[in-house]
Design a protein around this ligand. Structure first.
Ligand SMILES: [Zn+2]
Length: 315
């Protein structure tokens, strides 16, 4: 059985194991015969597993499922939304900055990844968790920072993190001290240093989000990929995520210093050969995309300089 009890109100349903992405985990928050599903996952298997999970928890998915909550709009999190929402009639919640990924799925390929023409073509044949193979669906409720989403007697607090993508939100259930961190505090898999952001994401926002999520003193940290973290390990995990982002930035600066002047292709090559930092390797587009966002943040901080000829150097 893929249904795991985390607390008496929180359950996880693991989707398939997919390469570097680890488990695509959906979460269910249950109280007083009501449930919320967080991130129904890819357009593949999880819908059925979630339906089975709800029924084994005694939840009527036609009346008791009061919302489908999305941490953000990436295909591995929302691919299953349209099918699951049409089946259950449950309302769909997402932050407005990522809502376009539900209402116009191709936006992910067109605007969120740094792809050349060949990359765009290869995305059509993508078989992994980032495949865009689902129908568009309109969002029922746009969520924002500070919103509260009720389920039974519990309230989930919405924390707009905006590091991993512009509309990324984490959810915190204060009674059980459970933090649903989506892709903001990752772990792909078992390596908190491994992270990526899409082109709408932001490294400064990611650092700010890490500080803010750390301040919640969560006892349960539930990332969307891979395993959960408990109690003291939550703090360790969060610190490692922060170190990973910092190491990545430092490594980019070191490589630019070593080369003097460098273009993006050379930096990607150099970074992929550095073994001291952990990088997403599943999809070719994730490293250039994350690197582009990191360079822009270093440029805004006045640490690196960009010339029109496509050359990066130390400022
Ligand atoms: Zn994501």
């Amino acid at each position: 059985m893929t249904l795991t009890e985390i607390t008496k109100n929180v359950y996880s349903v693991n989707g398939g194991f997919i390469d570097d992405f680890g488990f695509i985990t959906s979460h269910i928050v249950v109280d007083d015969e009501e449930a919320l599903v967080i991130d129904p996952g890819t357009a593949g298997a999880p819908g059925k597993l979630i339906s089975q999970a709800l029924s084994s928890l005694g939840i009527d998915e036609m009346g008791g499922l009061i919302g489908i909550l999305c941490t953000h709009g990436h295909p591995d999190h929302i691919g299953g939304v349209s099918r699951f929402a049409s089946k259950t009639k449950a309302p769909v919640f997402i932050h407005r900055e990522d809502a376009e990924l539900l209402s116009a799925p191709q936006v992910f390929v067109e605007k969120r990844l740094k792809l050349d023409r060949a990359g765009r073509i290869s995305m059509k044949f993508e078989k992994g968790p980032l495949k865009v193979n689902y129908n568009a669906i309109e969002v029922d409720r746009m969520i924002g920072d500070g919103d509260q989403i009720r389920v039974g007697s519990l309230k989930l607090e919405v924390i707009h993190t905006a590091g991993h993508s512009a509309g990324h939100c984490a959810f915190f259930e204060p009674k059980g001290k459970v933090l649903f961190s989506g892709d903001e505090l990752n772990n792909f898999p078992n390596d908190p240093r491994k992270f990526y952001v899409d082109l709408s994401g932001s490294i400064p926002a990611k650092f700010a989000a890490i500080d803010r999520l750390e301040g919640l003193d969560a006892e349960y940290l539930l990332p969307a990929h891979d395993t959960m973290h408990l109690f003291e390990n939550v703090r360790i995990q969060i610190a490692e995520v922060r170190d990973g982002v910092k190491q990545f930035q430092d490594q980019v600066i070191d490589l630019i210093s070593a080369r003097g002047e460098v273009d993006l292709a050379q930096l990607i090559h150099d970074l992929s050969r550095v073994t001291s930092i952990s990088l997403p390797t599943t999809m070719d587009a994730l490293l250039p995309t994350t690197l582009q966002v990191a360079l822009e943040s270093l440029q805004s901080a006045g640490l690196v300089r960009y010339s029109d000829a496509g050359i990066w150097s130390i400022a």
